[in-house]
Ligand binder design. Structure first.
Ligand code: SF4
Ligand code: SF4
Length: 437
């Protein structure tokens, strides 16, 4: 395939049939378990109490957040967990199995051309639609893009081993993604969208091409399957050659990128009136019995997902929430699926990232491959010494935590661990200065 779009740096990761096995199987709809636990963001509030009845799709958060939360089942409130200040941490719901919908749910009944940008943003906001990964509010991102961005891009790339969520979504529900992109075009008052896909699987590209057809509103752009192609700044960079400066959003240089999942969720909110109550999740790794892409109710616990996938093998070393490169290690199987989640990987020690040896061999690989043009080993060393002003001067805020430096390092240096710690210290210092602590 010629003329692939790409950015400078990054790495090509190894794929084999086993690692992307979930891509070969259809999405499995997992029935919601008998009890779910829906996690609230910080400072969460609800007016619901133990014993109250809730319906499928009913709003259960009461705060003024741009990310309202809805029940993914019908049933009764079993418990409201609060922190020491009284804010809601999570709500446990006993599922009655009836999936009785909330009476307020209704699809958008007019033609799209009759919708105003403000009306579209309201529907998306009320549906609580969030991006995977960062968990950012899609409505808020549209508002930021309005007035600045001139070009819409839809991220259909998926460049990490094991991940198959987006690939299956494209193969089975490409039309939903494209319909969501058309709604975004209307909201943003833009003429066309670039649909960016990588070249890691020809079946995924073919499915997109078939769905797009000759539609003049949509243009497919095929990118080189390198990690971290899925970063929004790097998608813009790959397709246009332009770099988004530090501390600025893509919209400031005229672009806005939404994920394929966000587009499909937007279409669901319009066509069914359904808020975001389910997520597609890749369950994979070399230590899970059956790898699958699951369509799960938000609030489903990882322990239930493990049972549904036939359990894990005795060689399990760790469970990663997210991708192999950018995910974090789970410390409890009681964690519930949230809107930002997209994968749980069950891994043997073959994928152990830590290393007893941790010496820089001065090979320069981390510098060469950093897509943000940083010097990762310098950042790691300054972070290790907690020299925050130095690490800031070296570009701490520009690090996207893609993990490319750590993955590549023959000396076993865990750059990302130290960089994340430096960011935590910096954020905590900022909060203290602002009087938040
Ligand atoms: S990749 Fe590792 S060994 Fe090579 S320069 Fe960077 S930190 Fe040093
Ligand atoms: S320094 Fe940050 S952006 Fe650069 S490769 Fe490492 S994790 Fe990625």
């Amino acid at each position: 395939m010629s003329n692939l779009y790409t950015f400078m740096g990054g790495i090509r990761l190894h794929y084999d049939e086993r690692e992307r096995g979930a891509l070969k199987r259809s999405i499995t709809v997992m029935p919601a378990p008998s009890q779910i636990e829906i996690t609230f963001p910080p400072h969460g509030q609800t007016s619901l109490s133990v014993g109250d009845t809730v319906y499928l799709g009913q709003r259960i958060s009461e705060d003024t957040s741009v990310k309202p939360i809805h029940s993914s089942v019908s049933g009764k409130i079993g418990e409201v967990k609060r922190d020491e200040d009284g804010y809601v941490i999570s709500v446990v719901i006993e599922n009655d199995g009836a999936d009785t919908p909330d009476s307020s749910l209704e699809p958008f009944s007019k033609k799209l051309t009759e919708a105003t940008p403000e009306g579209i943003v309201d529907i998306i906001r009320n549906a609580g639609i969030c991006e995977t990964g960062e968990g950012l509010s899609v409505a808020r991102r549209i508002e930021i893009a309005l007035g600045g961005a001139k070009r819409l891009m839809v991220d259909c790339t998926e460049c990490e081993p094991f991940l198959a969520t987006r690939g299956r979504l494209i193969i089975e529900r490409a039309t939903d993604i494209l319909n969501g992109a058309k709604i975004l075009l209307r909201a943003l008052e833009m003429p066309f969208a670039d649909i960016v896909v990588d070249n890691s699987d020809i079946g995924v590209i073919r499915a997109l091409e078939a769905a797009v057809g000759n539609n003049p509103l949509l243009r497919i752009r095929v990118a080189d399957a390198k990690h971290p192609q899925g970063d929004k700044r790097l998608i813009v960079n790959a397709v246009t050659g332009k770099e988004t400066p530090v501390r600025e959003a893509n919209a400031q240089i005229g672009y806005v990128v939404f994920s394929a999942e966000a587009c499909a969720d937007i279409f669901s909110a319009f066509s069914k009136g359904m808020p975001q109550i389910r997520r597609l999740i890749t369950v994979s790794g070399d230590a899970i019995t059956e790898s699958k892409v699951l369509d799960v109710a938000i609030g489903t616990r990882v322990s239930d997902i493990i049972d549904f996938c036939g359990g894990y093998t005795s060689e399990l070393n760790k469970v990663v929430c997210g991708g192999l490169m950018r995910g974090y290690e789970l410390i409890s199987y009681e964690k519930s699926v949230e809107r930002s989640d997209y994968a749980f990987l069950f891994l043997t020690s073959k994928y152990k990232t830590g290393s007893k040896r941790s010496d820089c061999l001065r090979c320069g690989k981390c510098v060469k491959n950093c897509p943000m043009h940083l010097i990762p080993i310098y950042l790691a060393n300054a972070s290790k010494k907690k020299n925050i002003s130095k690490v800031l001067a070296m570009g701490l805020k520009n690090c996207i935590e893609c993990g490319t430096c750590t993955y590549n390092c023959p000396g076993g240096v865990e750059h990302v661990r130290y960089i994340r710690r430096a960011k935590e210290i910096y954020n905590s210092n900022q909060a203290k200065e602002a009087g938040d602590e």
